[in-house]
Write a protein that binds this ligand. Structure first.
Ligand code: PMP
Length: 364
């Protein structure tokens, strides 16, 4: 044979996830921490890694890390599942709660990986779009789940890329209204100081997703976790790859989790800079920032010089990139026309973003 038969039909039309990561002086496109883990923590990481027997398989379920996470959240080991980044756990959720004949409720605009995972697993995607200001259309969501055919829903809080948290009162009403699995994606919750964890005890249909990639500065390591009832965790354990969390990641995760208090100053600095950047953007003519509870600010550019908002934002993205500042381009994305998303960086990086945007607006 000199040809190969077609891949699975659900892959037709899909494109691989592309973070559009380009080299730049100020990397403000991927919502990473602008600073690496503190030096004293890195020293402990080095010591922990020196102890590892790399010829042995890792603990398949990362029980040492599970126990630490469980204890910190007032839970038992069986209520925690660790994965190779939040992304892997999102895929496991789609495998376990989706599939042919099943339905996923999506609240766009939101993190694109959810809908991609649904398509890969043959799950029907039902969209209930957000309102013009990106709030969840609460009554529409409650009415949609009342039809009884939704198997799982993801509520992203804070929502990527729009920035604000879902109201806790809404999450509670949703949990009461449906037996669908309600996944609250809290990848950025440390910047919001808010969590749906208090709802877990009373609601078997709640799963919280967290990550080490953002507030804990470990995007390069790939560690995320789910907090849920034991029955949910045991279903997810059936679909997960046995050794997806390697020994190196487990060891680093344990050290970082034990030292999580050492990350609070960097989190506080991001929150303070977020306020400063939002205010500076709001003061610029033709720029509208959206309020953010996360480590980025989404902002919309008005069309300038006769160009559309989408074309102006695309031109601003190019200009910023030429000036060494990489932000995320949503300029022609669904419901986000004219928008760019800037991760909060160091104060120098944020200054570079603001100065370059001012120059763009003067020239536009
Ligand atoms: N959820 C949301 C909303 C995200 O933005 C991300 C990271 N882009 C993730 C989950 C997954 O993060 P990770 O795989 O790095 O843990």
């Amino acid at each position: 044979m000199d040809t190969v038969r077609a891949a699975a039909p659900q892959l037709a039309g899909l494109v691989p996830y592309d973070p559009k990561y380009l080299p730049a002086e100020a990397l403000l496109s991927a919502n990473e921490s602008p600073t690496d883990i503190p030096p004293a923590v890195r020293e402990q990481v080095r010591a922990a890694l020196a102890q590892l027997e790399l010829n042995r398989y890792p603990d398949p379920l990362a029980n040492g890390l599970r126990d630490a996470i469980a204890a910190a959240n007032g839970l038992r080991r069986e209520q925690v599942l660790v994965g190779n980044g939040g992304d892997e756990l999102l895929f496991d959720l789609a495998l376990a709660w989706g599939g042919p004949g099943r339905a996923f409720l999506n609240l766009p605009p939101t993190f694109s990986v959810y809908a991609a995972n649904a398509r890969l697993t043959g799950t029907r995607v039902v969209d209930v779009a957000r309102t013009a200001g990106y709030a969840i259309d609460e009554e529409a969501v409650l009415a949609r789940v009342a039809r009884g055919d939704i198997d799982f829903v993801v509520v992203t809080s804070p929502n990527n890329p729009t920035g604000s948290c879902a109201p806790l009162g809404f999450i509670e009403r949703l949990l009461q209204a449906t037996d669908a699995l309600v996944v609250v994606d809290e990848a950025y919750c440390e910047f919001a100081g808010a969590t749906a964890l208090p709802l877990l005890e009373a609601h078997e249909n709640l799963a919280l997703l967290r990550t080490f990639s953002k507030a804990y500065a470990l995007a390069g390591v790939r560690l995320g976790y789910i907090l849920a009832h034991e029955g949910v965790v045991s279903e997810l354990a059936k679909v997960r790859q046995p050794y997806s969390v390697d020994a190196v990641s487990q060891a680093i995760g344990r050290v970082v989790f034990e030292n999580r208090a050492a990350f609070q100053p960097a989190i506080d600095a991001i929150v303070a800079e977020r306020g400063r950047v939002t205010a500076a953007l709001a003061a610029m003519d033709g720029v509208g920032p959206y309020p953010s509870d996360a480590n980025w600010v989404l902002f919309r550019l008005e069309g300038a010089g006769g160009a559309t908002a989408a074309a102006t934002a695309a031109a601003a993205w190019e200009y910023l990139y030429d000036q060494g500042v990489l932000v995320r381009d949503f300029s022609s994305a669904f419901m986000l026309e004219g928008c760019l998303r800037a991760t909060i960086g160091t104060s120098e990086q944020n200054d570079a973003l603001l100065a370059a945007l001012e120059r763009f607006l003067e020239s536009a």
